[in-house]
Ligand binder design. Structure first.
Ligand SMILES: *[C@@H]1O[C@H](CO)[C@@H](O)[C@H](O)[C@H]1NC(C)=O
Ligand SMILES: *[C@@H]1O[C@H](CO)[C@@H](O)[C@H](O)[C@H]1NC(C)=O
Ligand SMILES: *[C@@H]1O[C@H](CO)[C@@H](O)[C@H](O)[C@H]1NC(C)=O
Ligand SMILES: *[C@@H]1O[C@H](CO)[C@@H](O)[C@H](O)[C@H]1NC(C)=O
Ligand SMILES: *[C@@H]1O[C@H](CO)[C@@H](O)[C@H](O)[C@H]1NC(C)=O
Ligand SMILES: *[C@@H]1O[C@H](CO)[C@@H](O)[C@H](O)[C@H]1NC(C)=O
Ligand SMILES: *[C@@H]1O[C@H](CO)[C@@H](O)[C@H](O)[C@H]1NC(C)=O
Ligand SMILES: *[C@@H]1O[C@H](CO)[C@@H](O)[C@H](O)[C@H]1NC(C)=O
Ligand SMILES: *[C@@H]1O[C@H](CO)[C@@H](O)[C@H](O)[C@H]1NC(C)=O
Ligand SMILES: *[C@@H]1O[C@H](CO)[C@@H](O)[C@H](O)[C@H]1NC(C)=O
Ligand SMILES: *[C@@H]1O[C@H](CO)[C@@H](O)[C@H](O)[C@H]1NC(C)=O
Ligand SMILES: *[C@@H]1O[C@H](CO)[C@@H](O)[C@H](O)[C@H]1NC(C)=O
Length: 592
């Protein structure tokens, strides 16, 4: 009798549960409403296929150093250790998330499993990898590593994870952690969703966050925390926009003055050890860290150490005719000294990032023609004069990237504005318009989506330029160029495949969501990026349409995103709230 009453209470409460865990939503996900405890001594057994490639990643082990910020990077990096590290993180999260989901249940309701009723316990998690990892498992070209997995939790508590690759196991374990909650007394961990059946795989193979570490040189700890959050959301790429007009943040031992004089302060730059530590940290989480050095535009910071290499260096006043932002300056376009410089730069940097990256981004955005009118090696602002010189420079850079074993990435202007001839291997990153992806693939090139009108996280904060009395009136109310703020709902409607014909969708590798850092540093980084970037993560992992081909529902996504936000906060990410508690306690009340 008592048992019946209890069951009835539980059933009533379960009916009101809006959040069903897991962000991004898996491809195929069904669940029940049975409680299961998680044993404090839960055992994860990894049974690699006999052919698991233990030697695959030997080079990684030797690129790490004792100075690396991340101590974990000093362990050998092979498939087995990657999975063992993922299991250790999973156990850590399960014990420490301490996530009591009261915000997702009606006021003062009872929603926890009563401790005096007997439920099954999860004590073993069996992990099976059914294929050998490819040698490039941690730095794949888009699609080269299969990230799919299955996860089954039976009502009796048996758990089985199956994946093709060790990265698939990382994804599966992340999903697993998101199914559990902690009781209000902090003593027990449970799921209320058994039985669980998940078969999951990403829609897009390139799922990235681009973080501008040039304008704001975030300490490695901030970047690593961001990698954590990136991995929680099943992104697989962190793109470091590492150099820009305002500051050069990568130390190049072959060219010491570059960072010594080009950083905001000597030392405010990433040493080779820092970079290796960041890339290693990503690799352990199935996140490939891609480096961008932006040339030939956005290079005023080079002029701080090598002024002879830069044309139109820091023109003031009147910068607006020569660049989108101060300071002005671009690498001279027809100067053998610039080629010598780039040769040294690539010879130093490319081999260092190669062990961790399949791609290298050579920039190419916002090249300003007027600058070359002031460049004594060109003396012309005519695009017909500039174009072949630009072609020669890009060919040189891309040949170096290829010779170092990587694939070049460029911003869209190189193709769509300057009409350069790019190798078929080159990936073109779009940002300016919602037709750019379609225009890139129409030329047969691989494209990354990330339209500024949807996926720029920095927009809507207002201007950072200071206006004189004479210009203030025209600039009032000081909105920035890409205002308004891209809220998560807008980001969620972005379809990377919009306008792309069916026969070209395979050329859309995926996309990146962007955080430019004119007004961001470690203090507001988390809140600027999360949870909004989660919306892009779900579009990239799950697709922007649901199983019936409709736009995904905000009404079902919102409580799930709120829940993800709570979980991220528990894990140390300073993500802002999605909605007030009034809404999350009953997801239908705030629907329109
Ligand atoms: C890595 O270092 C170990 C021990 O120092 C050495 O035995 C091994 O040959 C090195 N591997 C490579 C690829 O250099
Ligand atoms: C670590 O850094 C110190 C000083 O910063 C340096 O003397 C030492 O050689 C470095 N060790 C390694 C293994 O790079
Ligand atoms: C479990 O405890 C609740 C109160 O916490 C009580 O109402 C219920 O009767 C108990 N159920 C059983 C099966 O003992
Ligand atoms: C769980 O694992 C333990 C230790 O490996 C083993 O003794 C036990 O039989 C396993 N239980 C199940 C249900 O597989
Ligand atoms: C390997 O695991 C994946 C992911 O669960 C599954 O789709 C695939 O069918 C499995 N392959 C074999 C041969 O078991
Ligand atoms: C840009 O150049 C034009 C003439 O070419 C000039 O009238 C204008 O003032 C300049 N703009 C700025 C911001 O200096
Ligand atoms: C381009 O060059 C021409 C010829 O030197 C000059 O008259 C014109 O002002 C320049 N345009 C800009 C925008 O600098
Ligand atoms: C580029 O430089 C070379 C050698 O200095 C010169 O001969 C050539 O005319 C220049 N090209 C342009 C377009 O200015
Ligand atoms: C590139 O092609 C477009 C479209 O044909 C044209 O508008 C543009 O002027 C060209 N750019 C250059 C630098 O030739
Ligand atoms: C679906 O989303 C697209 C943007 O991707 C938008 O243009 C369209 O209006 C939306 N459709 C509905 C029914 O909301
Ligand atoms: C897709 O089909 C169109 C029309 O048949 C053709 O022009 C285009 O080249 C095709 N695109 C790709 C990427 O195959
Ligand atoms: C949730 O909100 C709906 C709509 O306002 C209401 O009908 C329902 O009773 C509420 N449920 C709870 C448990 O508060």
């Amino acid at each position: 009798m008592t048992f019946k009453i209890t069951t009835q209470i539980l059933t009533t409460c379960l009916f009101t549960i809006r959040a069903t865990a897991i962000w991004p939503i898996p491809l195929d996900y069904t669940h029940g409403s049975t409680f299961l405890w998680l044993s404090p001594n839960v055992v994860f057994s990894y049974q690699p296929d006999s052919g698991v490639n233990l030697a695959a990643n030997a080079p990684y082990a030797n690129t790490t150093s004792q100075n690396a910020t991340n101590q974990k990077s000093s362990i050998g990096m092979d498939s087995y250790s990657i999975v063992q590290a993922a299991i250790a993180r999973t156990q850590d999260e399960l014990s420490n998330d301490n996530f009591v989901p009261w915000k997702f249940h009606p006021r003062n309701s009872i929603f926890e499993p009563p401790s005096n009723v007997s439920y099954g316990t999860i004590s073993n998690v069996t992990i099976q990898q059914n294929s050998t990892d490819p040698p490039n498992v941690l730095k794949p070209l888009a699609g080269a590593v299969d990230e799919s997995y299955s996860l089954i939790i039976a009502v009796n508590g048996a758990v089985m994870i199956n994946a093709v690759s060790s990265v698939g196991i990382i994804r599966a374990l992340e999903t697993f952690t998101q199914l559990f909650y902690t009781t209000g007394d902090g003593k027990s961990i449970y799921t209320n969703l058994a039985p669980v059946y998940i078969q999951d795989a990403p829609k897009f193979q390139h799922r990235g966050l681009n973080i501008d570490v040039a304008r704001s040189p975030f300490p490695p700890d901030d970047i690593m925390r961001t990698i954590d959050a990136v991995a929680y959301n099943k992104f697989n790429i962190l793109h470091l926009h590492a150099t820009d007009a305002q500051s050069w943040t990568i130390q190049i031992p072959a060219l010491p003055p570059l960072a010594d004089l080009g950083a905001y302060m000597k030392g405010l730059s990433y040493s080779p050890d820092d970079l290796a530590a960041i890339q290693t940290y990503g690799a352990y989480r199935g996140v490939q860290v891609i480096i961008e050095t932006d040339v030939p535009g956005h290079t005023a910071a080079v002029g701080l150490s090598y002024p002879d290499l830069v044309a139109a260096l820091n023109i003031q006043p009147g910068w607006a005719n020569y660049s989108a932002e101060p300071p002005t300056g671009q690498l001279k376009l027809n100067d053998s000294a610039v080629y010598d410089f780039l040769g040294k730069l690539w010879a130093d940097l490319l081999p260092r990032v190669y062990p961790f990256s399949a791609y290298f981004h050579t920039g190419g955005d916002e090249v300003n023609a007027n600058v070359y009118g002031l460049d004594p090696t060109v003396n012309s602002n005519d695009t017909k004069v500039i174009q072949p010189l630009l072609q020669k420079l890009i060919d040189y850079n891309h040949d170096k990237v290829r010779a170092a074993g990587m694939t070049p990435v460029v911003w869209e202007e190189m193709l769509l504005q300057w009409n350069l001839t790019l190798g078929a291997d080159v990936v073109v990153q779009t940002w300016q318009t919602d037709t750019a992806v379609a225009n890139v693939v129409a030329q047969g090139h691989k494209a990354l989506a990330g339209d500024a009108s949807y996926w720029y996280l920095d927009c809507g904060r207002g201007q950072w330029i200071d206006f004189a009395q004479s210009t203030a009136q025209a600039a009032w109310p000081f909105a920035d160029w890409c205002t308004p703020t891209k809220n998560w709902r807008l980001m969620y409607t972005y379809d990377p495949l919009a306008g792309v014909p069916a026969n070209a969708t395979q050329l859309v590798l995926g996309g990146e969501v962007h955080i430019w850092s004119e007004q961001v540093d470690g203090v507001n980084l988390d809140d600027m990026v999360w949870p909004r970037a989660c919306a892009a993560a779900e579009v990239l992992w799950s697709g922007s349409k649901d199983a019936s081909g409709q736009n995904r529902s905000q009404i079902t996504a919102s409580p799930r995103l709120s829940e993800m936000r709570e979980r991220m906060v528990r894990r140390g990410i300073g993500a802002g709230p999605v909605q007030m508690i009034y809404c999350t306690q009953n997801g239908t009340q705030c629907a329109s």
